[in-house]
Design a protein around this ligand. Structure first.
Ligand code: ATP
Ligand code: MG
Length: 153
């Protein structure tokens, strides 16, 4: 974890988002830099805005599908310029469930993978990935402010 913090503080691009709309826009901008085969790993607590940013990414990639956390299915697929695979590992209970999904096919395939709760599967993610780390700044009395740090390999 310490290594992660060091990496982020030295190389991450840091943005403060002050509204859900701003986070959607950030996702749309991010989408412009994505290419087939990319894996984007989202780290951050409940309500930090992972799904909100992903909504923007999907829109930016030209998807008109409704984006919501695939809480019970673990993976949602959206059609866009490139197929999008949206994972959410929050409710995963066993490592077997992860293997049963056949994650490797997705992670090393030609679609774009957007992964919520990446901390839970960090050990099986491709090392070549974009990381987005989100933080609620609630504690500072900024209810709608999120710190978003982007790290590219
Ligand atoms: N600056 C902001 N960026 C993103 N979301 C914000 C912001 N300000 C307020 N919000 C609100 O915070 C909530 C973020 O929810 P979202 O589902 O995106 O979080 P999440 O990280 O995916 O949570 P979960 O871990 O439950 O999947 C939404 O209700 C959104 O409207
Ligand atoms: Mg979510």
């Amino acid at each position: 974890m310490k290594a992660t913090e060091e990496k982020l503080s030295s190389k991450a691009q840091r943005v403060l988002s002050k509204s859900a709309e701003a986070s959607v826009e950030l996702g749309m901008a991010l989408a412009q830099g994505l290419k087939p085969g990319d894996v984007v790993a989202f780290f951050g607590e409940i309500g930090s805005g992972k799904t909100t940013v992903i909504r923007g990414v999907c829109r930016g990639l030209g998807s008109e599908d409704i984006v919501s956390s695939p809480t019970f299915t673990l993976i949602n697929e959206y059609s866009a310029r490139v197929p999008i695979y949206h994972f959410d590992f929050y409710r995963i209970e066993t490592r077997d469930e992860i293997w049963q999904l056949g994650c490797e096919e997705y992670f090393y395939g030609d679609g774009i993978c957007l992964i919520e709760w990446a901390e839970i599967v960090e050990d099986i993610l491709p090392s070549e990935r974009i990381e987005i780390h989100l933080n609620n700044l609630y504690a500072e009395g900024k209810e709608n402010t999120r710190e978003i740090r982007i790290f590219r390999p």
